[in-house]
Design a protein around this ligand. Structure first.
Ligand code: 13P
Length: 254
């Protein structure tokens, strides 16, 4: 019922020329049947969005375009920021909001994440709202409370239909870029908690919203994660930078 989604978050990697090569190579490795099973998204840096959009359109690729961040305002004196309308006009489909690197390094608050999610939806794009605990929070047994709070705050004020069409990515911070993954059972348990949290507030939307796992996803661990009931896909960092590796993640059943 929920379409599988595998999104590559390239973070601050790749010039626009490198990005074109990666997307072309990735497309050579994927068949139409792969896109039927999996919705494939790449989220390059802003400077490569236009180039990647052009390749996708020229070659009629089924790869969807994502952005890594956005401001919530339509325009204004916000040096260095990017407005939702600017992404929309580049055929961006997905926007990552509240990635832990934005929260931890650049001080993004739950309230900003919520404003961003709303702005993304208002412009016909899908927010990928990221949540997840630090290692210290995990050790203190505070993971569930933190994730519950981030989910409720990130989606606050949305109607059930908007929630159903959104994506939440559970990314435990201790698993990002470390080579340590949450076990498939632990990741599924947290995804289940996210679904219950959403069910309490938004009812049936909880069965329709897609929940991704992120944090050192690679070709060796993706199948185990995907076998879990509550996990609908992956948000992939390092393993999305190389087209061969990313194609192997996307074709997780092979
Ligand atoms: P890694 O896959 O490199 O651990 O990054 C995960 C991530 O932060 C994706 O958004």
């Amino acid at each position: 019922m929920r379409r599988v989604l595998v999104a590559g978050n390239w973070k601050m990697h790749k010039t626009h020329l490198e990005a074109i090569q990666v997307v072309q190579k990735l497309s050579y490795r994927l068949d139409p049947a792969d896109y039927e099973r999996v919705e494939v998204v790449v989220a390059p840096p802003f400077t490569a969005l236009r180039s990647v959009q052009t390749v996708i359109e020229a070659d009629h690729l089924l790869i969807r375009l994502g952005a890594q961040n956005v401001h919530w305002k339509d325009e204004g004196a916000f040096t260095g920021e990017i407005a939702p309308r600017m992404l929309q006009s580049l055929s961006v489909s997905y926007v990552i909001v509240g990635h832990s690197e934005r929260r931890e390094i650049f001080g993004e608050t739950d309230e900003w994440v919520n404003r961003k999610a709303k702005a993304v939806l208002a412009h016909g794009m899908v927010p990928i709202v990221c949540v997840g605990e630090t290692e210290a929070e995990r050790d203190e047994g505070a993971s569930e409370d933190k994730v519950r709070r981030q989910v409720l705050a990130g989606l606050a004020g949305l109607d059930p239909e908007a929630v159903a069409g959104s994506v939440v990515a559970y990314e435990p911070i201790w698993a990002i870029g470390t080579g340590r993954t949450a076990s498939a059972d632990d990741a599924d348990a947290m995804a289940a908690l996210i679904r219950e949290t959403i069910a309490d507030r938004w009812g049936d939307a909880a069965e329709r919203i897609r929940i991704l796992y992120g944090g050192s996803v690679n070709p060796g661990n993706i199948a185990g994660l995907m076998a879990k009931r509550n996990i609908d896909g992956g948000l992939v960092g390092g393993a999305s930078l190389d087209p061969d590796t990313f194609a192997s993640v996307i074709r997780y059943w092979m």
